[in-house]
Structure formats: structure tokens, C-alpha cells
Design a protein. Structure first.
Length: 218
């Protein structure tokens, strides 16, 4: 296969803002849609409820790949990438003990060309239901503790690094508006330890879509 022919195929499959027409060459087969995310992180089950509370997190970004169904995104859905900034402060006070922990982290997961963070399907009810938990979710950043630190699940005093190894998270269904330009996910548990439980709700708003050809994997 000559390089010029390969380049021609690649150029025919570059992203476009509309479906390729019959005389445009190879027709793109899928849609990649990017969403801007905001979320609410709910902390619960802390000791004596001292650190319980809800915190706005974000911004974040999500890229989903859909089948092309009649020139629009639909059918099977693949999570290509996900990231969410988690910057918030927890003030825990009980029995005269006070602890403040500032979180400055980024949670993310990215698939390679021939894999997926997760897969699902969007039905006629405009809801994406996931086949299995999302994989490869990891969090990295820093925690800054003041007050009573190093006890009751609090990190050491001062700034310390925080790294959560890649793990699976069972995200809930994504319910879309009638225009399919925005969605909402109810609270899903994203982390649970003996010290607390973290649950996340998400809201997404479409910012970009492109019609694409899938890479050949095998």
C-alpha cells in the first residue's frame, strides 16, 4: 500500500462536524461528543458525622463515542476519557477537636485507541446504562491538613501527596434532556473506606461533537 493512498484514507476519515455524504469517500461511522462536567461530592459516614457534607467539584471533561444512527449519535456508547478536578475543603469538628483538610486532586481515566473506560447503550428513553463499572479510575494530588492531623483517618499535618491507584467505579445511568445536549447522573459511590464514604453526582453539557472513523484494531 503506497503512503499516498494511506494518507488519502486518513484524510477522508478526519473529524467533521457533519456526516460524510455518499460521494465524500469513506463515511464516518461514529460520533465523539465532548461534555463539560460539574459535580457534587458527598462525604458521609465520617466519625460522629463530623466531616459529613457536600462539596461542588469540577470543572471536568468527558468524551463519549457513539454509533452513528441516522446521522446522529446513538446506539452503543464508549467512554473514551474522563477527568474531574476535585478541589474542596473538609472542616471536621467534634468533642472539641478540629481538623481541616484541603483537597487539591485530579481524578481521571483514559482509554487507548483499542480499549474503553466503559461501554453502554443509550435507549429510546435517552438514558445511557453502563454494562459494567468504569475501569482505570485514578486520583492524584495533594492533601493539606491543619488542626488535629494524623488521627481518625486524617492525613499528616501539612501538605502531603495523595495517590489512589487505578480502580473500578460503578457509575450510575446518564439521563439526558430531550435535546440530548445535557445529562444528569444521580449519586454513585466512588470511594468507600472504614473512615468515610464518597459519593458523586454529575451534570454534563455538550461542548463539541465530531463524526469520526474508528481505528482498525485486531
Amino acid at each position: 500500500m503506497r503512503p499516498s493512498f494511506v494518507m488519502g484514507i486518513l484524510l477522508a476519515c478526519v473529524v467533521t462536524s457533519r456526516p460524510a455524504l455518499a460521494d465524500d469517500g469513506p463515511r464516518c461511522t461514529h460520533w465523539e461528543v465532548e461534555y463539560e462536567l460539574t459535580g457534587t461530592l458527598r462525604i458521609s459516614n465520617t466519625m460522629m458525622g463530623a466531616g459529613d457534607g457536600s462539596h461542588i467539584v469540577g470543572p471536568g471533561k468527558l468524551v463519549l463515542r457513539y454509533d452513528d444512527v441516522g446521522g446522529q449519535p446513538g446506539g452503543n456508547v464508549t467512554v473514551v476519557s474522563y477527568e474531574m478536578a476535585t478541589r474542596f475543603t473538609v472542616d471536621a469538628h467534634f468533642l472539641g477537636i478540629g481538623t481541616t483538610v484541603a483537597n487539591d486532586c485530579l481524578t481521571k481515566s483514559t482509554a487507548n485507541l483499542c480499549s474503553a473506560v466503559a461501554k453502554g447503550f443509550i435507549g429510546d428513553d435517552r438514558t445511557i446504562r453502563w454494562q459494567a463499572p468504569w475501569v482505570g479510575i485514578r486520583t492524584d494530588g495533594t492533601l493539606t491538613c491543619s488542626g488535629t492531623c494524623g488521627r481518625f483517618g486524617a492525613p499528616p499535618r501539612g501538605k502531603s501527596e495523595m495517590h489512589m491507584a487505578p480502580h473500578n467505579v460503578a457509575f450510575g445511568p446518564f439521563s439526558f434532556t430531550a435535546s440530548r445536549m445535557a445529562f444528569y447522573m444521580n449519586y454513585a459511590v466512588v470511594d468507600k473506606t472504614s473512615n468515610d464514604t464518597a459519593s458523586l453526582s454529575l451534570s454534563g453539557r455538550e461542548t463539541r461533537r465530531s463524526c469520526v472513523c474508528l481505528p482498525v484494531c485486531g
